[in-house]
Ligand binder design. Structure first.
Ligand code: C5P
Length: 222
């Protein structure tokens, strides 16, 4: 039987990460945080002192980096291990996001991560969070959602998240960084950020998380 997939794509700060995790939990399905893969490769490249603009080196790095997801202890959330090292906190920074976005524009890097992503599709189902889940990686997914929110609201959410993690950021600086990252993600030649033709669009501006979760669950249960 075909394993059902729900794709949740959208720009940073659209609520994707939180909503995907909650929906996966509610459905009892697996979760693929594809952004963490690009972040992990950028992080591994940085640790190895590689040139992030060298596409061949980045593709080799994407192939050679061991990325593992560990569900944490009670309330701890998922930890991400990069080559055996717990890099969860480092991966959350906007610096890691910017590095991820830079290497994610390289077709050879994206290609190197395809098989790994397809491997997450196992019973009873998969919630796939990213930019190109519904358009490129799982085009045959039965359920597709595209989350958006105003740029100001997305910056505010990311600001709150990063502050809670104890990171020092300014709202204005963060908004500029997020806008730069989103415009690069949307304008790149390969797998640009865009809704699949058959995706349900949900604007989460001013919408509480539980309402977004309910809307997304309704897509699967309709
Ligand atoms: O979702 P997250 O902010 O963790 O993603 C970090 C970066 O990774 C994005 O800005 C994007 O450039 C890239 N990405 C991607 N394709 C995905 C997921 C993330 O290109 N499916």
């Amino acid at each position: 039987a075909v394993v059902p997939v729900l794709t949740i794509d959208g720009p940073s700060g659209s609520g994707k990460g939180t909503v995907s995790a909650l929906v996966a939990e509610r459905l009892g399905w697996r979760l693929l945080d594809s952004g963490a893969l690009y972040r992990a490769v950028g992080y591994a490249a940085g640790m190895a002192g590689l040139d992030l603009s060298d596409a061949d080196a980045m593709a080799r790095c994407a192939q050679g980096t061991k990325i593992q997801f560990r569900s944490g202890e009670a309330g701890g959330g998922t930890r991400v291990l990069v080559n055996g090292h717990d890099a969860t906190d480092e991966l959350r920074t906007e610096t890691a996001g910017a590095a991820a976005s830079a290497i994610a524009s390289m077709p050879s890097v994206r290609q190197a991560l395809v098989a790994l992503q397809l491997g997450f599709r196992r019973p009873p189902g998969l919630v796939a969070d990213g930019r190109d889940m519904g358009t490129v990686i799982f085009p045959d997914a039965a359920f597709k959602v595209f989350l958006t929110a105003s740029a100001a609201e997305r910056a505010k959410r990311r600001y709150k998240q990063l502050k809670e993690k104890g990171l020092s950021v300014t709202l204005a600086g963060l908004q500029r960084e997020i806008e730069a990252r989103d415009s690069r993600d949307a304008s790149r030649a390969v797998a640009p950020l865009r809704p699949a033709d058959d995706a349900v669009l949900v604007d989460t501006t001013g919408m509480p998380i539980d309402e977004v979760v309910a809307k997304v669950l309704a897509v699967v249960q309709s």
